[in-house]
Design a protein. Structure first.
Lengths: 102, 17
């Protein structure tokens, strides 16, 4: 998938709460409980389905954290792929409509 | 000048309940 065209959205099958800069996510589909670190939380919170991942990295990660854009982009792509495999994030090369909560 | 926070690779831990 070309890196310029990655869109991410949160799954509707999850419940999430932020606590002390970290995000706790429960996947109701398989009763799996996730805890995201601060950088992962920033990406997760920006996953609105219509902001490209590259913009999220540029505006949220590189603005707040001491990291170069290439490293941040590579890490973000790996991260969203992993969360997608667990059903927490939806990943597409086209904008995603936010799912209605179940 | 805006001081940036220490970067940590985005990561998560999980457990199955």
């Amino acid at each position: 998938m070309p890196e310029d065209c990655i869109y991410i959205a949160r799954s509707s099958a999850i419940a999430a709460r932020a606590l002390a800069g970290e995000m706790m996510v429960m996947n109701s589909a398989d009763s799996t409980f996730f805890t995201l670190n601060e950088v992962a939380t920033a990406i997760f919170q920006a996953a609105d389905g219509h902001t490209p991942l590259r913009e999220i990295v540029r505006d949220r990660i590189c603005e707040q954290f001491d990291v170069d854009s290439e490293q941040a982009q590579a890490d973000a792509e790996q991260f969203v792929a992993e969360l997608s495999s667990h059903g927490i994030l939806l990943v597409s090369n086209q904008p995603l409509a936010p799912e209605a909560p179940r | 000048s805006k001081e940036k926070k220490l970067y940590q690779k985005p990561a998560f831990r999980y457990e199955r309940v």
